[in-house]
Design a protein around this ligand. Structure first.
Ligand code: NAD
Length: 489
């Protein structure tokens, strides 16, 4: 199989084990690093989806008939191929997404860990059996759903697709992936690696495109389940459309993550954690710290945070944001907050990045004295910006956190166990941290927020995803030689 990294002619769909040149409209693919055209992405329509569904339908019976232990063998191979090609995969993420090479490498490592979890599924997904009355047994087993779809965002071109690929497929489903049209190249390469790992043709298919193909996926009668990761606005659209077509759906949305900082917090550790959380991946992580609530006398921690943040340099240890539009939106939030009376302590607007003048960079920005009614306090900025609000008590800080419509992550920085426990119990977020800026639950724990950060039941990774990607079969057997019949037998 051909393994060229980026085709200038255009990214290809991947259907029934083949890379397919798209006949139809394309959209330009620009690298955020320097604004250069790198390829073009197909805007596929119904025809491509029909082909992908046909291929998946054909592949499903044989794939589902294998045992789980047999199916995960492919993922042992895939894991090794991810490791073998880690540098190439890292370079692709860096080029198409704009994050730093170090961040891109960490993303690929995370994909390896996600795949290792899938390899452990035979140890976890064992079913149950019980003799419920004499000679009568009930047993349960997890069976695949059939054809499932996964729709992914731009911010993790390699890792977020791997949130769903290994688990859903190892559990016996056939998948249609719709990557973000802003970062389709990594998934094209993953498709090749899955094939090389021995995945039968048609089990994994990729259709590229935008709104039109997403709507077609949500409506398609042969697709049983849809997972979505992206902004809250589109998560709501996808959740409504998919469930209206009677599909199972989990749709992860945007975030506004609050870090509550108490005056007793350890200064260096807190400042470096907040700086890394707000600026890592240029703030384009759904787990990024985007609001800090300082409780009481925390000026010394804010001063240290500003010192840390000034070590973060666009184009060196800070990557680009995804597009010119994103840069303008992020800088607009800063300007708007400043005009509303907030104080910009570190200003990242319009940074100079020598040699990358056409890239989309925003420097790390710290804004103090933000009030909860400002747009920058309420809305997802998705850039390397932290909005600091001040509270007089922990109670007030928790109220500010609870007031957010989102609920992905929240964290507290303190050395006081009682205060930490209070936040663990009362934060209105699916993922909570104590003295950690990015509280991502690692495998086997599952990833998923609350409130408007997630629609649907269950999480998208870890043990919780097993329920989403399977259905439970309950079988009752009676081998009762006495053939006695009563209401329990
Ligand atoms: P997005 O919502 O714009 O796009 C996500 C996907 O939806 C893409 O594949 C895109 O093609 C498709 N899409 C876009 N507009 C559509 C429309 N009108 N109808 C149907 N489909 C449409 O998100 P993005 O900008 O790619 O990613 C950033 C967002 O993703 C942020 O809000 C971030 O917080 C969120 N995110 C959330 C999580 C999480 O776990 N909660 C993880 C990663 C990213």
């Amino acid at each position: 199989m051909e393994t060229t990294a980026i085709s200038k002619q255009g990214v290809r769909n991947y259907i029934d084990g083949k890379l397919i040149d798209h006949q139809g409209n394309y959209q330009e693919l620009i690298s955020p690093l320097d604004g250069q055209l790198i390829s073009q992405v197909p805007l596929s329509g119904n025809e491509a989806l029909e082909e992908a569904v046909k291929a998946a339908e054909k592949a499903f019976p044989a794939w589902a008939a294998l045992t789980l232990k047999e199916r995960v063998q492919v993922f042992y191979e895939y894991r090794d191929l991810l490791a073998k090609h880690r540098q190439e995969l890292t370079d692709l993420v860096h080029l198409e997404n704009g994050k730093t090479l170090e961040e891109a490498a960490a993303e690929v490592e995370k994909s390896i860990e996600l795949t290792e979890f899938a390899c452990s599924l035979p140890q976890l997904v064992t079913g149950e059996i019980m003799e419920v009355s004499k000679g009568v047994e009930c047993r349960t087993e997890r069976r695949p759903l059939g054809i499932v779809a996964s729709i992914t965002p731009f911010n993790f071109p390699n890792m977020v697709p791997n949130w769903t690929i290994p688990n859903a497929i190892a559990l016996g489903n056939c998948m249609i992936m719709k990557p973000s049209e802003k970062v389709p190249v990594s998934v094209e390469r993953l498709a090749q690696l899955l094939s090389e790992a021995g995945l039968p043709d048609g089990v994994f298919n990729v259709v590229n495109g935008d709104k039109e193909i997403v709507e077609a996926i949500c409506k398609h009668p042969k697709i049983q389940a849809v997972s979505f990761v992206g902004s809250t606005k589109i998560a709501q659209v996808v959740y409504r459309k998919a469930t209206e077509s009677l599909k199972r759906c989990v749709a992860l949305g945007g975030a506004k993550n609050h870090l509550l900082v108490l005056p007793d917090a350890q200064v260096e550790m807190t400042a470096s954690n907040i700086a890394a959380s707000m600026a890592g991946c240029a703030g384009q992580r759904c787990m990024a710290a985007s609001a800090m609530v300082g409780v009481g006398a925390v000026d010394h921690i804010i001063a240290k945070l500003c010192e840390e943040v000034q070590q973060i340099v666009p184009g060196k240890n800070l990557g680009a944001v995804i597009s010119l539009e994103a840069k303008q939106r992020i800088e607009g939030y800063i300007t708007q907050a400043e005009s509303a009376g907030a104080k910009v302590l570190v200003d990242g607007r319009s940074p100079k990045v020598p040699g990358k003048e056409n890239g989309y960079y925003v420097g790390p920005t710290v804004i103090d004295f933000v009030t909860p009614d400002m747009a920058i306090a309420k809305e997802e900025v998705f850039g390397p910006v932290i909005a600091i609000m001040r509270a007089q008590s922990l109670e007030e800080a928790i109220e500010i956190e609870n007031g957010s419509n989102y609920g992905n992550a929240a964290a507290v920085f303190t050395q006081n166990g009682g205060w930490a426990k209070e936040v663990m119990e009362r934060a209105s977020a699916g993922m909570v941290g104590v003295n950690i800026g990015v509280p991502v639950p690692r495998e086997p724990f599952s990833f998923g927020g609350w409130n408007e950060s997630k629609f649907g039941v269950g999480d998208i990774t870890g043990k919780s995803s097993v329920e989403f990607w399977t259905q439970l079969k309950k079988t009752t057997t009676k081998w009762n030689p006495e053939s006695k019949i009563n209401w329990m037998s």
